[in-house]
Design a protein around this ligand. Sequence first.
Ligand SMILES: [Zn+2]
Length: 206
Amino acid sequence: MKTTNTTANSTANLISDIKSAAATTPREHLSREEIISIAEQVATSLAAIPEEGFRSSRDIKEIILHCSATKQGDDFSSGDIRRWHLQRGFNDIGYHFVVRLDGTVERGRDMNLAGAHCLNHNRRSIGICYVGGLDRAGRPADTRTPAQRVALPELIRRLRRHHPAATIHGHREFAAKACPCFNAAEYSSLRPDDAGEPDCHAPGSA
Ligand SMILES: [Zn+2]
């Protein structure tokens, strides 16, 4: 029963996120084909991550959002960012997740390990990076694509399933930076995607 409820809720959340992404896309309307394509991309990439990939053994207090500080329209993978961070002397990519331009969610650093993305907050947080954050002239800008606007809340809900008390923040709340170049408070009221759906069985029963 629980699996069924969770799947139904995820689908309902996905549809609502797609509608709001379509509504907030400036000066362009998403076609039916684009909407279906985004939904498939986001759902497929999330489904490829095992459930334990959304859970950390650490005591998670915060989910912190970042941008990659790359120009609008330029796509990069988790592997690209890992390479940049290794070049800067990190042990691994600093973020736990990367959200690409087409809404694909990619895993970064092992969730059980502290990230390297926000000074003094790494130990008890999860770091998510969407690709973008700068306009074509290199100025800070909210460049989230419609697909990223769908994928980000979906990912946050999945993480909150395991870490329901974690609060949502933008990097700029903790550092003198523009990152992630939008107000992360828009995601602060997202509920876990199985919230309000108690299991039909008592704990420990079949
Ligand atoms: Zn950042």
